[in-house]
Each structure stands twice: as C-alpha cells, then as structure tokens.
Design a protein around this ligand. Structure first.
Ligand SMILES: Cc1cc2nc3c(=O)[nH]c(=O)nc-3n(C[C@H](O)[C@H](O)[C@H](O)COP(=O)(O)OP(=O)(O)OC[C@H]3O[C@@H](n4cnc5c(N)ncnc54)[C@H](O)[C@@H]3O)c2cc1C
Length: 402
C-alpha cells in the first residue's frame, strides 16, 4: 500500500482545509440550530466559491465537471471535509447524491446520464435513494414489499418506504422495487428505478424526527408512499434484476466516504479535546491535561483514530486495485469498527469538555447526537460482524457457514 501523498493532492488538501476553517466552520453553530433550508443562500454562496477555486465535486467524473480523483485520493479529501458537518455538501460530494452519481455514471443509459447524472454532479439538483421499508427489516434488503409491475410501456410502483434521506427537495429518487419475483436467486429479484419526485403517486408522508438531525431539505429523512406511481420502462437503471448488484457496488466506495468523514470528525474532536485539556484549569496551577486519566482519553483516542484510518485507507486501496468484491471483508470491518471508534472519540471529547461539551457551543454535542446513526445505516453493526465472521469461517471449512 502506497502512503505517499502527491504534491498536487497535498495542495488540494491544504486549500480545502484553509477554506473550511475560514468559511465553513463559522457557520456550524447556526447550521446546528437553524437547519438546512434557512441556511441555503449562505450555503450556495460558499458552493460558488468552491466552484471558482476549481475544487468542486472532487470525487465525481471530470466529464461532468468534477475533479475525477481516485478513491484513495478522495478518501483523504473526505477526511478533511468531515471536519465540519457542511464540508461534503459545500464541496458537492455529499451522500446520498455521491452514491447515486456513481451508479448512474457506471450503469446509466446516455439519456439517464444527461438528464440525472450531469445536473446532480453540477449541484443543480439533489437526489435520494429509497430502499428501506417500514414493514420489513432493512437489514435484509432482499426482502422487499415494494413492487414494480410492467403495464404497457410503464412501471407501476407501489410500496411504503422510510428513511429516504434527503427526499424533501430532491429532483428524483432511485427506488428499489421487486420487479422479477420469479427469479431463482433472491438477489436478482429487485431493480432500481428512477422516479422523478414530481411523478403522481410519489407521496412524501412526513419527514421523520431523527435524533441529532435538523431534518429539513438535505438533512431530512422521509417516509414515502409509492401509490400507483407510473414511470416509463426506460427509467430502470442498469437492467432488470440488477438492483442488488448495483447496491453492492454503491455501498463499497460509499463506506469509504462515510468512514473517512467519520475520521475527519474524530480528528477535529481530538483537536478540540487536546486544546481544551491544555487550557482548562482544574486548579490555579494545573490544567486538565495534567491529569493521567485525561491523558488516557487522549491516548485511547489516538489509537482509535490511527487504527481506523489505516484500516479504511487499506480498504480503499484494495477496492481501487482489486475491485469491490475483493474487499468485502474489509468493507464490513471498517463499517462497524470506524463507526464505534468515532463514537468513543466523540464521547471522550465531550467528557473532557464537561458542561461545555453538552452545549452547542462546540460541534461535539451535535456529533454525539447525530452520528449515533452511523452504527445503524448502511448495515447495522451486528449484520456486518456476522457477515465478516462468516467470510472468515468459510475460508476454514471451504463452504458456506450458517
Ligand atoms: C440516519 C439514517 C439515514 C438513512 N438513510 C437511508 C437512505 O437514504 N435510504 C435508505 O433506503 N435507507 C436509509 N436508512 C435506513 C438504514 O439503511 C436501515 O435503518 C438499516 O439498514 C437497518 O434496517 P432497519 O432499520 O429496518 O432495522 P432492522 O433490520 O429491523 O434491524 C433492527 C436491529 O436488529 C439488529 N439486527 C438486524 N439484523 C440482525 C442479525 N442478522 N443478527 C443480529 N442482529 C440483527 C440490529 O441491531 C439492528 O439495528 C437510513 C437510516 C438512518 C438511521
């Protein structure tokens, strides 16, 4: 694995870091309290500044106006952007658009790419991904009740989803629906279908109230009913029955993005913890950092961060060099390990800040509340642990393990 950062990439990282510190960190407190929509004019102003600096959409293809960085390069960018909650959005590489763009670019028809992918990369529109359902376990995505049935030259979609993140204000949703119930493999029964949000029958019931998420616009999580929602057959993405193949493809790099963003959070929480410990007096002559207990928080956090960072970069390197399939164990390992490491680091940072840590005067409380979800979305801890253990055990016995 190559650790050297090129001069060009280092310049990009330095420019992003400087921009965030000067322009975005000062917006944090307002964002935590006011929400997305109220902040939108200011957010758009910063996005335009990023475009002018030619740092827009670092992850996305150059042909659509992105910077076209490799996954291992973007991983380091996501780490810097993760330092502040609006970082990824202001640089045009936020979830769930990033994952949608990736599969549209890889599997979309030319028409789908022009209509949906290009304006999504340009930041002119937003999109959402609609898979999890209210009535069945999201941890088992082969079990979907939403159906897509052909009628003439249209799909008729019916289903009840929730946690369709960012649906409010999105131009389109990529919806997972069962279209081929007769397929032998459960993994070949679902398709992804593009549904423009203005389509009759695409009905947002409500935005969920989710712990630590302001919950409007890009920060929203919607419950959606698809009620005889009709879209043209050509809106299927990547072919019928290909839903799970593409979902795997989407989630592999997506986990690198999430994990590196979490490590960015850890880095910032660590900075805040160390500087507070060095400055907060516990007696007229001593600061918190003089306490050995506080030193253990710092050491444990440094270990958590370094271990997570190396695991995630190694996984990115494997995906880049050998593909997503070759990195399945690592992708599961980093998902639960980095999420839990982040929680430990943020918790220690909060503890060191005492009463101040509980306020929104620092971003620590926001992360404490909002990032708890990281152990649930994109696969709960237990699901990844079981999956990874099965993969290891299979290597010992040479066959599938229950
Ligand atoms: C903030 C947030 C954003 C999200 N965004 C999106 C989105 O944009 N689009 C989308 O489609 N979905 C999204 N989701 C949904 C997310 O992917 C699901 O919540 C997740 O897959 C878990 O599914 P579930 O909630 O149905 O839990 P369930 O599957 O019902 O599981 C409940 C709990 O049971 C345990 N469990 C589950 N399976 C096992 C097992 N095999 N063995 C042992 N224990 C187990 C776990 O502790 C799990 O947390 C989001 C969720 C959150 C919280």
């Amino acid at each position: 694995m190559e650790f050297t950062v090129s001069e060009r990439l280092q310049t990009i990282l330095d420019m992003i870091r400087e921009f965030l510190d000067k322009e975005v960190v000062p917006m944090e407190h307002e964002f935590a309290t006011k929400g997305f929509k109220e902040m939108l004019p200011e957010i758009e102003e910063k996005r335009n500044m990023v475009r002018k600096m030619e740092l827009w959409a670092p992850l996305h293809p150059k042909e659509y106006g992105g910077m076209g960085l490799k996954l291992t390069e973007y991983a380091l960018v996501a780490e810097v952007l993760g330092r502040t909650p609006l970082g990824l959005y202001i640089f045009g590489c936020q979830a769930p658009d990033a994952g949608n763009i990736e599969i549209l670019h890889k599997y979309g028809s030319e028409e789908q790419k022009e209509k949906y992918c290009r304006p999504n990369v340009e930041g002119k529109i937003r999109s959402c991904f609609s898979m999890t359902e209210v009535e069945v376990a999201g941890s088992n995505p082969t079990w979907l009740l939403t159906t897509g049935v052909k009628d003439g030259d249209e799909w008729v979609i019916n289903g009840h989803k929730w946690y369709t993140s960012c649906a409010e204000g999105s131009e389109f949703a990529i919806v997972m629906a069962e279209t081929n119930p007769e397929a032998e493999s459960r993994h070949m029964r679902a398709s992804m279908i593009i549904v423009p949000s203005g389509t009759p029958g695409f009905n947002i019931v409500r935005n969920l109230s989710v712990m630590g998420h302001v919950g409007d616009g890009w920060t929203s999580h919607a419950e959606v009913r698809y009620e005889n929602c009709r879209v043209p057959l050509k809106n299927v993405l990547g072919g019928e029955g290909m839903g799970f193949v593409m979902a795997q493809e989407r989630l592999g790099p997506g986990r690198i993005h999430h994990c590196m963003r979490w490590i960015g959070i850890c880095n910032r929480a660590f900075d805040l913890m160390c500087s507070y410990a060095l400055n907060r007096r516990r007696t007229p002559t001593e600061v918190l950092a003089d306490s050995d207990i506080i030193k253990t928080y710092i050491a444990d956090s440094a270990a958590d961060i370094l271990a997570s960072r190396l695991m995630v970069l190694n996984t990115a390197w494997t995906i880049e060099n050998a593909g997503v399939k070759a990195a399945m164990k690592e992708i599961s390992l980093i998902k639960f390990f980095a999420a839990n490491a982040m929680q430990r680091v943020v918790d220690r940072a909060l503890q060191v800040h005492g009463g101040l840590g509980m306020t929104d005067d620092t971003p620590i409380a926001m992360w404490y509340r909002g990032e708890r979800a990281s152990r649930i979305y994109d696969g709960a801890d237990e699901v990844h642990k079981i999956s990874v253990a099965r993969r290891y055990l299979r290597e010992y016995v040479g066959k599938e393990v229950k």
